[in-house]
Design a binder for this molecule. Structure first.
Ligand SMILES: C[S@@+](CC[C@H](N)C(=O)[O-])C[C@H]1O[C@@H](n2cnc3c(N)ncnc32)[C@H](O)[C@@H]1O
Length: 263
């Protein structure tokens, strides 16, 4: 029912409250057909966010389409942790959001903390979405966009104070068990992290410290205890001090690494 209400409001370009208040009004034929076809798409499993082209994240509306992952509520934990560090460490300036997708993480940080952020993604199409969102959130002048396969496109010698990442972390076993709504509609390259789920993270973490200033922070989202331990080990052997933050259902969700260069 709530999906239908969202669809009617989307097609009629009204708020849900307005839709509810005008339930007795007639809908013209064109709109009626549009509503029907959206409901059919939803029945076939297309995520509501792709149909209505929007998703709320950290109390802001983001534009989304099939080129980006639909931002998830659990990712707000990473944002909260980053904002808490930024609240205490006022001198942090350079921030990178690797695998930005819709820009949910990087743009929220740019807006809430009023910081400059580089939003990077391997997908050009995702960056187009992120840029559209930056304009909608009014942070375009604080954000730059970089099409890059991990650090491949980042100029050597560039150093950030904070690197944020929600890279793909679904492994082969979890892939098979994914809901069809996710598996059939969300971009595979936004989800699939190789056989054990952490292949992309492994490559990313091998290089991350080279792009961090001394005493910099690295925050990344992961999925559960097995991955948390794998990623924690990689980070610790690269010289990071690591803390783990669980999500509201008790799953390990965010790794916070602080980098102290002893060399
Ligand atoms: C799980 S999605 C996260 C999107 C967004 N940060 C969020 O939290 O909603 C992962 C993102 O990483 C990007 N990605 C995948 N492989 C990458 C790579 N090798 N280098 C840079 N970005 C990559 C995908 O295109 C996708 O946008």
């Amino acid at each position: 029912m709530t999906d239908v209400l969202s669809i009617i409001s989307f097609v009629c370009a009204t708020s849900k409250e307005q839709t509810l208040a005008s339930m007795t009004k007639e809908i013209d034929d064109t709109r009626f057909r549009d509503i029907e076809s959206c409901i059919d798409e939803r029945k076939r499993g297309k995520p509501l966010a792709y149909i209505t082209e929007k998703k709320e994240f950290y109390s802001q509306e983001f534009y989304v389409d099939g080129n980006v992952l639909v931002p998830r509520p659990e990712t707000e934990i990473l944002v909260e942790e980053a904002l808490s560090i930024l609240g205490q460490q006022k001198n942090i300036t350079g921030i990178l959001d690797m695998g930005t997708g819709s820009g949910a993480i990087g743009l929220t940080i740019a807006q809430r903390a009023e910081k400059r952020v580089v939003c990077a993604d391997v997908s050009w199409e995702a960056l187009v979405v992120a840029k559209k969102n930056a304009r909608m959130l009014g942070v375009l002048e604080r954000v730059s966009f970089l099409c890059s396969n991990l650090f491949g496109g980042v100029k050597e010698g560039t150093k950030f104070d904070m690197i944020l990442a929600n890279l793909p972390y679904i492994g082969s076993e979890e892939w098979d068990a994914l809901m069809p709504d996710v598996k059939n509609f969300e971009p595979r390259k936004a989800l699939y992290g190789g056989k054990d789920g952490v292949e992309i993270y492994r490559a990313f973490l091998q290089k991350a410290h080279l792009y961090l200033r001394n005493k910099g922070y690295l925050l990344c989202e992961i999925g559960g205890a097995r991955q948390a331990n794998l990623v924690k080990n990689i980070l610790e052997s690269a010289g990071f001090e690591v803390a783990i933050k669980n999500d509201y259902s008790g799953e390990e969700r965010v790794l916070i690494g602080s980098w102290i260069n002893l060399s």
